[in-house]
Design a protein around this ligand. Sequence first.
Ligand SMILES: [Zn+2]
Length: 204
Amino acid sequence: MRELGISVLDELIGQLARLPGIGQKTAQRLAIFILKSSDGYAQELAQAILNVKQKTRLCKRCFNVAEDELCAICSDPRRDTHKICVVEDIVDVLAIEETHTYRGLYHVLGGVISPLAGVNPEDLNIRSLIERVKNEPIEEVILALNPSTEAETTIIYITKLLKDMEVQISRLASGVPMGAHLEYLDGATIGMAIQSRQKISKDT
Ligand SMILES: [Zn+2]
């Protein structure tokens, strides 16, 4: 990709292109937009970026992003404290919150077990999850990990640790996405959907 020869602009394009999902073309478009925008907007954008780094930390209970010791979810008295939804990353908390279907608490693992990538159980927030199940009135642990072989390993590992505890363990249903056609799905997805099929209630 040709550089514009204006070092400060090329620097901004280079930094924007490092963002996930942003290619060189989009980075150029964004940089030109910022260049043409008002001083006020550029100032607010730069400050917002700095704030998100300087004024946030990880929740000491669930490792979600927080402005105080506890995140907004952990400190909300309306949440159901009997359920923990275990996710890989903060972005998964956002995805589940957007559905407005879950009112329990979370626990962010910070990844999944992957010996090939050098990620071992002690690198993840697994010990703290087990401590929470021991010390909080948890009745159900929902393992909401992104489907992968590493996630399977992680689910087996956590399930073993929770085996003797008085807690229900569940995982997300795998299956056919809304709007999909069976003929275009891969065999593994169809196989999981058949295995995790649900009974249809005849009661109306
Ligand atoms: Zn929290």
